[in-house]
Design a protein around this ligand. Structure first.
Ligand code: HEM
Ligand code: SF4
Length: 577
């Protein structure tokens, strides 16, 4: 073994994290969930089941707004589950949507459906007694919540590109195939939620293994020039390479990820590394080899250091890549040229090459709910009743009504307008702003995000208008804690929650999502952030080059030093200017 390899062990020895024991003891994800469901004494799941249900697409949560009040009354927290569907590429039929809409109205505490930035939807606030009916409803419409959380390959993203319909269809088929190929094989899900008999006598998980992956694993299929899925937030990425509108293969990029921990410099966001090009027929073999390499080499002693990005940093990109080639029997070819030019969704109507129309509806924070003045959720259901195409959930928390014939266009627009789903008043700035869920449901939330964003954007809009750049936009994202679900670490302006109205302010990402923003100020209030933005946006409006984005401007004018190699320079202190 060379010195280099000795310094970088392929496998981290040491005491395994407790989650490893939990997976080992779970009997292929069964645990005692079935028995626990019968226990009506608590609204939550006990012991290991609390974590195990995540493999079945659920998080146990409680309403944090009333947590202290309930503790005072000596009541257990008001437990309820968040349930996340598996929906590769975000495509869903109107018929499926109507059942989902109905379930949210009748069986959830919040009565909403949330479109997430991983192209799926979540129900928030399902009480324990309604959990099984939720899975059965999904199954009834041909969906499931399998492997949408915890240490598995999660919902696979695919660029929502309805315009180039054939290329999209081909890429989307691969997103589905990859998702299915990497699913757990255990029949635990069917047994627990769908009352199926145990189908096999011995379980086997040939890809994921008996203890599944060391940590969550995320995959995207992306069609340039639109990086709407934010590929660098994902462990494994397939960039579609087409010739004459025919998909011929993928550039493969590995090891992106955004989560970090406040105060722990061993954690950092990281861009995915280029491995190379592969022809289409090698896709599943490569996907499997990447997953099994991470399965075997990922750190199982420390969950904060377990993601693919840290494995790559530890063993080296070349070593990891060589192992993938060895396991798959496929050699990567040199990366094929590709270019990203944009990221957000194009709100409004677009005509596809097949002469069908596609309407992208802007859904603020992805939250579909009936508000007094805007019955958004009812509006989408009304559209679903007449729509003949499909719906596409985007990675920017929006909804595309896709494949509308000319004859239906007017009727759909009328419904959308009547329900507040279409409005001329939405600025480019609001369209390019995003937040994670955070309070009140997320147990990890440190600062407000979804509830804070709308008003914060109004302030930013005023600043933009006062500097005559109201028709411009800055990619702005807020995430309620450093786990990074709001993808603030790929924004031009990223806020990372620390405490009530305290955020770290990151600046200097770029519009296409290929640069990580650097921390500019630590632990400051939203008022302080707005004052900083006021000054910097003023400079940008006066001194920018033609078409120069805010993040690029800040880097070019030395306001922030760009993050080049985050493993080394993410925590370099930005000197105050
Ligand atoms: C250590 C890392 C992370 C942990 C522990 C974590 C945990 C959670 C939890 C508990 C929720 C549920 C919140 C709720 O719905 O009430 C959530 C939501 C979500 N997370 Fe994460 N997360 C992590 C990192 C990430 C990252 C890096 C991404 C994407 C790049 C992501 C994407 C999402 C999405 C899409 C949702 C759904 C809601 C939304 O659109 O904001 N997560 N996460
Ligand atoms: S970033 Fe933090 S607060 Fe926001 S949803 Fe994710 S875990 Fe919760």
């Amino acid at each position: 073994m060379s010195n280099e390899q000795q310094q970088k062990p392929l496998i981290v020895e040491g005491k395994l994290a407790d989650s490893e024991r939990m997976k080992q003891d779970s009997n292929y994800l069964r645990g005692t969930i079935k028995e626990d469901l019968k226990n009506g004494l608590t609204g939550g799941f006990n012991g290991d089941n609390f974590l195990l249900i995540r493999f079945h697409g659920m998080y146990q949560q409680d309403d944090r707004d009333i947590r202290a009040e309930r503790a005072e009354q000596k009541l257990e927290p008001r437990h309820a589950m968040m349930l996340r569907c598996r929906l590769p590429g975000g495509i869903i039929t109107p018929k499926q949507w109507l059942d989902i809409d109905k379930f949210a109205t009748e069986h959830t505490l919040y009565g909403s459906v949330r479109i997430t930035n991983r192209q799926t939807f979540q129900f928030h606030g399902i009480l324990k007694g309604d959990v099984k009916p939720a899975h059965q409803m999904l199954s009834h419409v041909g969906l499931d919540a399998l492997a949408t959380a915890n240490d598995v390959n999660r919902n696979v993203l695919c660029t929502s590109n309805p315009v180039q319909s054939e290329l999209h269809q081909q890429a989307y088929e691969w997103a589905k195939k990859i998702s299915e190929h990497l699913l757990p094989r255990t029949s635990a899900y069917a047994e627990i939620w769908l009352d199926k008999e145990k189908i096999v006598t011995t379980d086997e998980e040939p890809i994921l293994g008996q203890t599944y992956l060391p940590r969550k694993f995320k995959t995207s299929v992306v069609i340039p020039p639109l990086n709407d899925v934010d590929l660098h937030a994902n462990d494994m990425n397939f960039i579609a390479i087409a010739e004459n509108d025919e998909l011929i293969g993928f550039n493969v990029l590995v090891g992106g990820g955004l989560a970090m921990t406040h105060g722990d410099t061993a954690t950092f966001p990281r861009l995915a590394s280029e491995f190379g090009f592969i022809p289409l027929d090698k896709t599943l073999a490569i996907a499997e080899a990447i997953v099994t390499t991470q399965r075997d080499w990922g750190n199982r002693t420390d969950r904060k250091n377990a993601k693919t990005k840290y494995t790559l940093e530890r063993v080296g990109v070349d070593t990891f890549k060589a192992e993938v080639e060895r396991r798959s029997g496929v050699d990567f070819e040199p990366i094929r040229p590709y270019q990203f030019t944009e990221r957000g969704d194009k709100i409004g109507w677009l005509k596809g090459v097949d002469n069908r129309w596609h309407l992208t509806l802007f859904i603020e924070n992805g939250r579909l709910i009936d508000l007094a003045d805007k019955p958004l959720k009812t509006g989408v259901a009304e559209i679903a009743r007449i729509h003949q195409g499909d719906f596409r959930l985007t990675a920017n928390q929006n909804l595309i009504v896709a494949g509308v014939p000319e004859s239906e266009k007017e009727a759909i627009e009328a419904i959308a307008k009547a329900h507040g789903l279409m409005s001329d008043a939405i600025t480019p700035q609001r369209e390019n702003s995003m937040a994670c869920v955070s309070f009140p449901t997320c147990p990890l939330a440190m600062a407000e995000a979804e509830r804070f964003l709308p008003e914060f954007v109004s302030h930013v809009e005023n600043i933009m208008a006062s500097h005559q750049v109201a028709d411009e936009h800055i990619v702005l994202r807020v995430t309620g804690c450093p786990n990074g679900c709001g993808r603030a670490m790929l924004a031009e302006v990223g806020l990372v929650g620390k405490a009530l109205d305290r955020y770290n302010l990151h600046l200097g990402g770029n519009r296409i999502g290929t640069r990580i923003p650097r921390m500019y100020r630590e632990n400051i209030s939203s008022a302080e952030i707005l004052a900083i933005l006021d000054e910097l946006i003023g400079n940008w409006s006066k001194n920018r080059l033609t078409q120069e984005g805010f993040g690029d401007f800040l880097v070019r004018t030395d306001v922030v030093k760009p993050v080049v190699n985050s493993a080394v320079d993410f925590y370099e202190v930005q000197e105050a200017v």
